[in-house]
Design a binder for this molecule. Structure first.
Ligand code: SAM
Length: 239
């Protein structure tokens, strides 16, 4: 996987998410000890503080970030966008079960070419998605483009552990060896859950993502570290 770039990598990523779509939520819950819901809740609070209006969730997958946005009284409507149709089909079904389909809709599309006019949303979120984008600067500029001036772009992402602290050596080892094993056990797809730690290893450090968000035209970029530094929520404001 590491050697794949550009459209070839995008095809690899979307096929992989299509394969694991039915088990994605279960594996997320087991691997995060159920914490992924609380992380999205926190990210939504940081995204919408003092704002109101429509929200966009990019790389929406099976929809949990979009549903969390819809719970906020400040969010008028949500669009969840993703380029993997089987992930969105699950999101759609969950939306119907939750009876939120009037406020949350899902749309197939690519984070690098969003089908929305400039300044459309009060906020745009990305959960565990930007690590997979083939051109991070271009996708960040594109996501920023569709947010209103004064609105926010928020990313919730997994990061390489810096190796410090009591669990400094354990977290990377767990990620490298236990994650593929769990992925194979729960989703029957060792390869997808080998991609996960590899993509985290290849991705930026949190400070470098801050710099990339600033380069995309966001200001006041800050981040909150969670899960002993393995996860972070970045927030930036569109000028
Ligand atoms: C790890 S899942 C995250 C799903 C969801 N955001 C969550 O919080 O659980 C990553 C998702 O990103 C999507 N994705 C990756 N690259 C994309 C792109 N360029 N445009 C749209 N979706 C993309 C994949 O299809 C996949 O559904």
């Amino acid at each position: 996987m590491a050697q794949l770039r550009g459209p070839e990598r995008a095809r690899y990523v979307t096929r992989m998410f299509a394969r694991i779509s039915r088990r994605y939520d279960l594996v997320n819950t087991v691997m995060s000890g159920g914490r992924h819901y609380a992380w999205r809740r926190m990210a939504v609070r940081m995204a919408m503080e003092g704002l109101s209006g429509p929200a966009l969730d990019v790389a929406a997958g099976t929809g949990d970030f979009a549903f969390e946005l819809a719970r906020s009284p400040d969010v008028s409507s949500v669009i969840g966008l993703d380029f993997t149709r089987p992930m969105l089909e699950i999101a759609q079904r969950k939306g119907e079960q939750k009876k939120v389909s009037d406020r949350v809709s899902f749309s197939v599309g690519d984070a690098h070419a969003l089908p929305f006019p400039d300044d459309s949303f009060a906020c745009a979120t990305v959960g565990f998605g930007i690590r997979n984008f083939i051109d991070l600067p271009a996708s960040l500029r594109e996501i920023t483009r569709v947010v209103q001036p004064g609105g926010r772009v928020v990313s919730l992402e997994i990061f390489r552990h810096d190796g410090r602290g009591p669990l400094g050596r354990l977290v990377p080892l767990h990620f490298r060896y236990v994650t593929p094993w769990l992925g194979s056990l729960l989703a029957g797809d060792r390869e997808a859950y080998t991609y996960l730690p590899e993509s985290v290893d290849e991705f930026l450090a949190p400070d470098a993502l801050t710099t990339a968000m600033e380069a995309a035209g966001l200001t006041a970029v800050r981040y909150k570290s969670l899960a002993m530094g393995a996860v972070a929520i970045h927030v930036g404001v569109k000028q």
